[in-house]
Ligand binder design. Structure first.
Ligand code: NAD
Length: 568
């Protein structure tokens, strides 16, 4: 029997609660702490377990904020918030929403990265589900132990945690953080979310040699054995939570691309690192294009870094160019992709087959004189010959947009769009201050990590936008869930990107910003979800809900207020 059951009644959330006494206080989904009323204390067996006074939620928020202010490090604040998350979810989300811009870097990147590195040393209480090779043959049973109507799963195999590589069991903080952002932005009720770590071992010797390490202490599973774990997991999810949407998170590029291709039609799923990044980049390109009077078919885009993010971005931008009328060689020749060896050109051999669709045939390279070089042309040669309007960095290497490249680019383009997207801050291809300097203040800049506004000239302050995936994935997930979409298609991401770009105001563009302020995240997410749901219906992977799309989206959006509790 479920000890707690959540449902909506007349637009508010009700929890039927079978527990009593301390078990109620230990259940973070229903715990109200000092806010429990006299009547609730009596019927739930809480009399004497709490101090006398019934507090208000505002006072609770204030108490948490005071506690956070007393901590002297971001990791300390992360631990404080993680404790609160495990103790009282409603209050956790109240606090998070009340200061989203300040707390986002704590519950997510960059601080979540520190928490991942320190995971086995700061561990307090397990959250989510760990699936290890020991569960083979009974993964569905392991998932059935989870209580609740799970609709949204974020799963990682921990191999490419942010820019930190293989973090083994410590990768769990990422699905937890992403789902916290889902609830904050899209209002998905926390009882319907499940973070999962597929702990298939680790090749990180620091972890394997650490006596405190809590994960599956085994070299990382590879090949057929790895694939079997994934296959059983996917089928266990379908069997146990048939209405759930699954987000693949922080898998290394080969597996990321392969697993997405293999499973996206088997269960509704997507990969935020590939598709979410791509949509946020496309929105930035469209917003910059709007500011400079360029349509997608008039862009020439150079992308440095042909991994999961770079390829995803290229796919999404190519699709937008096709929709805008480009085809054939014009389409192929509108995006130049470079990896660590230089331009992707047809006279090279590729170990990664996903690069091949972007390798320029020599005839296309010849159009800008890039066919005859010995070895693949480097970024400076490509920028000189191809004259890109937009330059995007997903190389993961700092300093790869040097001054001579940027000055050369800005010689050919009045308002270049330049996106050093690599994270964390120390990996950015260039800093916004330098980019403004080298382009005489003409560039539209969006970054992967947050940067302070840049003062340029006598009185100009340029707002540097962060191309944060949080603008996209909550709206895509919410839109797909609201209409029970059977798949998450690429054009649903395009719809999200188009809507996000439309939500950039003239006032944003006037100060150089390519995304709206994060403080508007809830409203942005709602509007993106409506666009995504409509696209799913148009594509035939969902049907229009009886009461209309906007209403269906709104009905999913939980506002963090305490539920009405009905003891059973
Ligand atoms: P990845 O490992 O899959 O790809 C990196 C690619 O860069 C590879 O193709 C590699 O060959 C290439 N590369 C390495 N050194 C290079 C060099 N000196 N010049 C040119 N290319 C080089 O990694 P990924 O998942 O694609 O992520 C790449 C970067 O993008 C990371 O720093 C990540 O944090 C960032 N990222 C940002 C966002 C965002 O801002 N919204 C989202 C996702 C990823």
């Amino acid at each position: 029997m479920e000890l707690t059951r959540f449902f909506q009644e007349d637009g508010h959330w009700v929890a039927e609660v079978h527990k009593r006494g301390r078990d109620v206080l230990r259940d973070a989904l229903i715990n109200k702490g000092s806010v429990f009323s006299e009547n609730e204390r009596r019927t739930l067996g809480l009399r004497g377990l709490l101090p006398d006074r019934q507090a208000t939620v505002d006072l609770q928020v204030q108490r948490v904020v005071e506690t956070l202010d007393r901590r002297d490090s971001d990791l300390g604040r992360y631990e404080e918030l993680a404790d609160l998350h495990d103790r009282n979810e409603t209050l956790f989300f109240r606090v998070l929403l009340s200061r989203l811009q300040d707390l986002m870097p704590i519950v997510y990147t960059p601080t979540v990265g520190e928490a991942s590195l320190e995971y086995s040393h700061i561990f307090r209480r397990g959250r989510g589900r760990w699936i290890t090779p020991r569960h083979r043959g009974h993964m569905a049973d392991a998932l059935r132990e989870v209580q609740g109507d799970i609709r949204l799963i974020v799963v990682t195999d921990n191999e490419r945690i942010l820019g930190l590589g293989d973090q083994g069991a410590g990768g769990m903080v990422i699905p937890i953080g992403k789902l916290a952002l889902y609830t904050a932005a899209a209002g998905i009720h926390p009882s319907q979310t499940l973070p999962v770590s597929l702990d298939v071992g680790t090749d990180n010797t620091r972890l394997l040699e650490d006596p405190m390490y809590l994960g599956y202490r085994h070299p990382r599973l590879r090949g057929a054995e790895y694939d079997e774990v994934i296959e059983e997991f996917v089928h266990a999810v379908r069997e146990t939570f048939p209405h759930a949407l699954l987000q693949w998170e922080d898998f290394k590029k080969g597996n990321a691309i392969r697993l997405l291709d293999r499973y996206r039609r088997i269960l509704p799923s997507f990969n935020d690192d590939i598709q979410g990044t791509a949509a946020v980049a496309l929105a930035g390109v469209l917003a910059a294009g709007r500011a400079c009077g360029r349509s997608p078919s008039q862009e020439r885009v150079a992308i440095l870094g042909a991994g999961a993010a770079g390829i995803g971005i290229a796919n999404q931008i190519r699709d937008a160019m096709r929709r805008d009328g480009l085809d054939g060689d014009d389409l192929q020749g509108a995006i130049a992709l470079l990896d660590s060896q230089g331009l992707l050109r047809a006279d090279r051999e590729y170990a990664d087959s996903y690069k091949e669709p972007y390798a320029w045939p020599l005839a296309i390279a010849a159009r800008c004189g890039l066919d005859a070089t010995v070895g693949p042309p480097d970024l400076l040669a490509v920028v000189t010959a191809f004259q890109p309007t937009t330059l995007i960095g997903t190389s993961g290497v700092a300093g790869t947009f040097p001054e001579e490249v940027i000055r050369e680019m800005s010689r050919h383009v009045e308002a270049p769009a330049i996106f050093p997207f690599s994270n964390p801050t120390s990996k950015a291809e260039a800093t916004p201050v330098d980019l403004m300097e080298w382009t005489e203040g003409r560039a539209y800049v969006a970054t992967g990590s947050p940067f302070e506004p840049v003062a340029y000239g006598d009185d100009e302050i340029v707002r540097i936008s962060q191309g944060n995936n949080v603008y996209i994935f909550p709206g895509v997930g919410l839109g797909a869930l609201a209409v029970e979409s059977s798949q998450v298609t690429d054009s649903m991401f395009t719809a999200a990107a188009l809507r996000l770009a439309e939500l950039v105001s003239e006032a944003d563009l006037a100060v150089g910003a390519l995304y709206p302020p994060l403080s508007q995240l809830r409203g942005i997410t709602r509007q993106i979800a409506v666009a995504v749901a409509n696209e799913a219906i148009r594509e035939g992977v969902a049907v229009e809900p009886g009461g209309g799309v906007a209403e269906a989206v709104a009905a999913w959006m939980w506002d963090p207020t305490y539920p009405e509790i009905r003891p059973t």
